[in-house]
Structures are given as structure tokens and as C-alpha cells.
Ligand binder design. Sequence first.
Ligand SMILES: *Cc1c(COP(=O)(O)O)cnc(C)c1O
Length: 235
Amino acid sequence: MSDIAQRIAENIAEVRCRIAETAARCGRSARDITMVAVTKYVGVAEARAVAEAGCRVLGESRPQQLWEKAEALKDRPVAWHMIGHIQRNKVRRTLPLATLIESVDSMRLLETIDAEAASLGQTASILLEVNVSGEQAKHGFAPEAVEPLLEQIAACRNIRVGGLMGMAGWGGTQEDARRDFAALRQLRERLRPNCPREIVLDDLSMGMSGDFPAAIAEGATIVRIGSALFEGISR
Ligand SMILES: *Cc1c(COP(=O)(O)O)cnc(C)c1O
């Protein structure tokens, strides 16, 4: 194994260990937490090392990068999550390659995904991205915008909503991050009683390299880890 692959494998083991420790401390099972290995900082060779170190779910924030890496790694048993903003004209090519689009941030995008999924004869699994920190630079539905859209979302027959995705505000403390994650969980609890039965809100995708313990404490079922996996390798 190359030094780089070795280092990546060690970093992955360390993050997995921290996820397990945090879960245990919160009385949760690490098996209920999926780590998405975010490969946006690295090339195909390093992404391959991530897959070969046992990661089964990889994530990209740019569609073209997802297309390229998914194509290059199609011999590996990995699933891809789209985690970044996606323009509507990139949906058609992304749908067959991504098992989950975590970053659905507008009704227009959702309707495009529904229509493209229908024409491809598939159902698209998605999360609704919510801008819990309220920062202008962040994508996502405003928290209060979600509830009034639930019926309209449920009417999209080729979409399966599995939950919510969010990010903590930039540059805050762990407590600030935890407050944002709590807000996403509380939104989910508020939505649940009135949720059409087509919509499932089991997944909470939240937490990145710098704040995943706070996210796990607030109930994250998916954490998206990038930079921590590539510490110590030049890129
Ligand atoms: C880059 C990115 C991540 C991973 O961030 P790190 O801090 O590098 O772990 C997670 N989620 C989204 C949406 C991202 O764009």
C-alpha cells in the first residue's frame, strides 16, 4: 500500500473510532450512523484509497466531480451521495449515479428531480436541505418554509424523502454548532405529526470533520466527513 493510502486508512480508522466513542457516550449505536466519506478535496487515486479502506458511501459536492469519480470507481462497491448545490441541468446525469441527493434546496430542483426520475423510470431518494444557521451564503429551505410545502412534496411521485440535511454556521464554537443541529432535529420533531405518509423523516444528515460529535449528540444518522480523512497527505 502506498504511504498515502496507508495514511488515509489510518485517518478513517481514527474517525470511525471517534464516531463509535461519541455514539456510546450518547447511548447510541454507531451502526445507526452512516459516515459519508467526502472526497471533494482529492483526486480519483485518493478516492479509490478511501473505498479500498472500506468506506461504502462516498460524497461529492460538485456534480461533475461525482460523475468523474463514480465512473472511475465503478468497479468498487460504493454508493455516492450528492451533498452540494446542484443545478437543474445536472440532475439527469447525476440521478443514475447517486443513491441519495442530500442537498435538495428548492421546490424547483425537487420538481426537476421528480420529472427526470420519472423519465428514467426510477425513484430518486433525497433529503431536504434546511438552512438552520440562517447564513445568506448557505443553501437550503428556510426552516419555516418546509411545513407549508409538505403536501406539494408528497405529491412528487418519483421522489422518496428520507429526512433532513443541514450544516452548522461558519466559524462558531461547538456549542453554536450543537444549537444549529438541535434546531434541525427540533424541526424534524415539529414536522412529524403533520407529515404526509409518503414522506419519511428518519435521517438527519449533519456534522462534518469539525463538529460531528455535536451532531451525533443531537441525533445525526449521517455524518459527512471530508478533511479529517486526508490529514497529513499533501493535496
Ligand atoms: C465539504 C463538505 C463536507 C465535509 O466537510 P469537512 O469539514 O471537510 O469534513 C460536508 N458537507 C458538505 C455539504 C460539504 O460541502
